[in-house]
Every structure is written in structure tokens, then in C-alpha cells.
Design a protein. Sequence first.
Length: 339
Amino acid sequence: MSRFWGLLSDTDELADAHAHLGAPGRNAVVMTMGALHEGHATLVRAAREHVGPKGFVVVTVFVNPLQFGQGEDLDRYPRTLDADVKLAEQAGADAVFAPSVDEVYPGGEPQVRISAGPMGERLEGATRPGHFDGVLTVVGKLLHLTRPDVAFFGQKDAQQLAMIRRMVRDLNFGVEIVGVPTVREADGLALSSRNRYLSPEERRTALALSQALFAGSDRHAAQEALRARAREVPATHARAQALSAIGESRAAADAHAVAKVPGGGPAAVRAAARLLLDDAARLKPPLVLDYLALVDPADFTEIPDDFTGEAVLAVAAKVGTTRLIDNIPLTFGTPGAAS
């Protein structure tokens, strides 16, 4: 027998569903703006697995007006609530909470909002001023309304995920935030509700986003492999001779070059990705780049050439009238390793 409680539109209904299904397990929320796809289903399945069969999983569907700027696609943002409810149920949710704007913002837009701070002014925030203030305000409200132990968000929106983690930590929300890896279509395009806006020709151009990220990742993986090989033997003529003895003289030379030449590292990763994006700018229709950035996920500032640790290679661009974002995580070096 299905546990699915159905579509809920107000907090009283949500409290009733939680009272019947929420105890004694943990409670999880997956926040969405609707137009659900396999990426959202993956989040719901991750939430269900995390809290187990006795936990309570609610999917929120709310198109938040506060995070749309002037001229953005609030009015044409896809709304497919019936299909959303069906997908959420099939993925393992216990309920879908789809409140009205008046339910979330009684009395109109809130006068008091959560400020995203300096990190909210970078990359997506620079292109969309005030966007992250709107995101954090609605996430904060929905966390209070749904009262979860754990909340699941996709890593495709990497800056948003970083901002939410920072808000929860800085403001002591007392909820665990879990990031779920990006789900991609067979051709590599990251799943997004906005993909449905793309014509077949625009979609072909849009593939350059993921292709650029993969090119940067491949360049990075090659660099890291060569650096690791270079560290196996001290950077001397003896190392080259040793590697040459097993047929790796070219690899030895490459390893030495990658390990020592300043042009490697983050700069080479950016350059490899940029080549693909520059090519896509000449396509018909063209890709119009907003930004390509290689950043520290702690604050979304660009990483220096000697950076060690986790990083995010992120891209945003327009194809036609549709703006798309994508990113991929990278790890640079090993802390304390010689270069």
C-alpha cells in the first residue's frame, strides 16, 4: 500500500501529513521549482534512501518570485504540477508541498530577507543581482515550514548549494545539507527544467557547456597523473633515465614539464575549457558566454595557480534566449605534496 499522502497546499495539511507519517523516522525535504525531471527524481531517491522506509520525504514545488530579476523568465517558467506529483510519488516521496505565493509570503514580499553577502555577488550573483538573497530567503522559509532533519540539493547549482550550506552554518539552522551529483542526459547535457526551451539546433550548441567542462577535467586529470609520476623519482637526470629504461622517456619529459612549467595547473584547465567555448561562439546559433570560472567552493573566488584542494569548474552561457549553467568538481594535488 502506498504511503503517498498527496498534494498539499498549506502548512496545516503538511503538519497533518507529517504527524501521520513522520514519526519515528527522520524527515527530509527536496526543494524544487517544479517542472520535475530525472535529476529531481534522483534527489528524491537519495532522500528516501537516507531516511529509510520510516522516514518522511516531502518535495516542495514553489516558483519563487524573489529570485527572478527584471526581464527573467518567471512568467514562462514551466509549471507542470500534475506531472510533478506523479514523478515525486514514483521516486519515493511521501507528499508534495506546493504552497501559493500568499502562503509563503503572507502580506506580500517580505521586508526582512536573508542577505547572501559577498559570495552572493560573485558569478551568478554578479549576473543576477539579488538572486541569492531571494534564494536564501525562500530556502530559509521552507526549512522552517517543513522542519526537516536533512535537505537535499543538486550539485548542478553549485554556488546555490555552497550558499545554502553557508547560511545553515552561519545562522545555526540545525539541518544537514546533502549535495547530490549532477544528473546528465546521454549526450552529456546537464538535466535542467530550462532544457525544454531549446530548439534542436540550440541544443547542439548547448552541448559545448558540458564538453568544455569535460575538456578541462581531462586536462586536469592528465596533469595530475603526470605530476604524480614526476614525484615518484627526484627531478633529476637519473629519473628520466629510469623512466626511459621502461620505454617512458617521452612520459618522463612530459612529467617534468607539467610538474615544473608555470603554464600548467588551473591556468591550463581554464584554457582547455575555453577552447571549446570559443569554438561554440562561432556556431549557428552561437553560444554567448557569461562566465567560465575555476573557483574555491568555500567562497567562489578564483583559485590561484598554486592552489591545493577541492575546486569547481563552472560555466554559464546563453543559447538563444535560454540561459544555462553547469559545473564539475575537481581536486588539485595532495596537501603537503612536493611539486
